[in-house]
Each structure stands twice: as structure tokens, then as C-alpha cells.
Design a protein around this ligand. Structure first.
Ligand SMILES: *Cc1c(COP(=O)(O)O)cnc(C)c1O
Length: 225
């Protein structure tokens, strides 16, 4: 199947849910991104700052670049001038840095708080209780150059649908709770970003508003060592 066919199939599947599609292009060349862009796909996700920095100049400026991978504070400055949405805010220190760079660039940078919902230790994200504490302490109020658009999470890597579904449900519940209890002029609670190639159908079922799909669009990744 071609990139165009894959995108069209996924679009049809998500249409009834009104969810947005982020095409995850990490490890794939700029030509693959262009092919997807030519099918009308505008939102692309990359997990490394260096990779998006390399690809961006080769591609149309209309593309919305999403940073979906773990982000180090010292790299925020590179993407701050253009990044569309940072999905991986997992500490107040990182948010503070994004805010600082937003101010320098005279921008308000959209962010998702990444929540650790998986059982695996290896997946990044803040604990749900940390997020509850930030909100209860109103620790985000000070950051006027960011907008908190919602939450992002990655489920466990398992074929046990019950576990995956339960983790997605947890994220959706935390989103509802946050939206209800914490309103500020830098919050717009709109997105529950969950679901990847292997589990997006479950995620949509559990209320995902934004899915991040890589291999189901571009094929398997080959990592250079
Ligand atoms: C790579 C990646 C994806 C996409 O994974 P696929 O299984 O290829 O769809 C989604 N989210 C994050 C954070 C990723 O790093």
C-alpha cells in the first residue's frame, strides 16, 4: 500500500470520531513527508529536535511540526520559533524553558502535558498525581507564553487490549478532571492525544481527539546505527 492509500484509509476510519491525524515521520526521509503532504496531510510528528531541524528546510513551510518525543530543556530554543505543538511536556522545568523561549520569539507555544500511563518504566511522562499537584497549586499560571491544550499519553506495549483500554481511559478521565478543575487564561482543554499504529482504534473508542500514526502510514522504521 502507498502512503496515499494508507492515509486515506486511516482518515476514513477516524472521520466518525472527528479526531485529528498526526503523521509520525521520524526516521523517514523528507520525500516521504512530501508525499503525505501532497495528500493534504499538514500535521507531522517528529521525536528528535535534530531530525525535524534537518527535514524542515527541505519541505513546504505550511507544514505543522509536532514535537512528540522526549525534549531536553537545552534544545527548546531550536524549535521554539516554529513548533506547532509540543506533546511531551513532562516537567515544570521544561515548561518554564518553553515559556522563556516563547517570550523570546514573541510567540505563545501550544503544549500537551505528557502523562505516564503505561506499566513500563521506560515510557516518559509525568505521573498523574504530579499533574494533579501542578494544577492544584496553580503552578502553570505563571507561564503566559504557553497554552496548555490538553494531555498526551502512550499505552503499554502489550497485546492485552484490556490493559491498553484501561490506560487510555485513565488518561481521558484525568483530562476531564483537569478541564473541570483548572481553567486559566493559558489553558484550552481540547486534546486527548493518544493512540499509535497498533492501538489507535482502542484510543478512538476511549475518546482520543488526536492520534499519532507512524508505521501504519510510512511502513516500518529502519534505524541507522
Ligand atoms: C514513534 C511514535 C509514534 C508512532 O508510532 P507507530 O507505532 O509507528 O505509529 C507515536 N507517538 C510517539 C511518541 C512516537 O515516538
Amino acid at each position: 500500500m502507498s502512503i496515499a492509500q494508507n492515509i486515506s484509509e486511516i482518515r476514513n476510519e477516524i472521520k466518525p470520531y472527528g479526531s485529528k491525524l498526526i503523521a509520525v515521520s521520524k526516521t523517514h526521509p523528507a520525500e516521504a513527508v512530501r508525499e503525505a503532504f501532497e495528500c493534504g496531510q499538514v500535521d507531522f510528528g517528529e521525536n528528535k529536535v535534530q531530525e525535524v531541524q534537518d527535514k524542515k528546510p527541505l519541505l513546504p513551510s505550511e507544514i505543522h511540526w509536532h514535537l512528540i518525543g522526549h525534549l531536553q530543556s537545552n534544545k527548546v530554543k531550536y524549535i521554539a520559533p516554529y513548533v506547532h505543538l509540543i506533546h511531551s511536556v513532562d516537567s515544570l522545568r521544561l515548561l518554564e524553558e518553553i515559556n522563556k523561549e516563547g517570550k523570546k520569539n514573541n510567540r505563545i507555544i501550544s503544549c500537551l502535558l505528557q502523562v505516564h500511563i503505561a506499566q513500563e518504566e521506560t515510557k516518559f511522562g509525568a505521573d498523574a498525581n504530579d499533574i494533579r499537584t501542578w494544577l492544584a497549586d496553580r503552578a502553570l499560571d505563571a507561564f503566559q507564553h504557553v497554552t496548555i491544550k490538553g494531555l498526551m499519553g502512550m499505552a503499554s506495549f502489550t497485546s492485552d487490549e484490556k490493559i491498553v483500554r484501561q490506560e487510555f481511559r485513565q488518561l481521558k478521565n484525568l483530562f476531564d478532571e483537569s478541564a473541570k478543575n483548572y481553567q486559566a487564561n493559558n489553558t484550552q482543554w481540547e486534546e486527548v492525544c493518544m493512540g499509535m499504529s497498533a492501538d489507535y482504534k482502542l484510543a478512538l473508542d476511549e475518546g482520543s481527539t488526536m492520534i499519532r500514526i507512524g508505521s501504519a502510514i510510512f511502513g516500518n522504521r529502519t534505524y541507522q546505527t
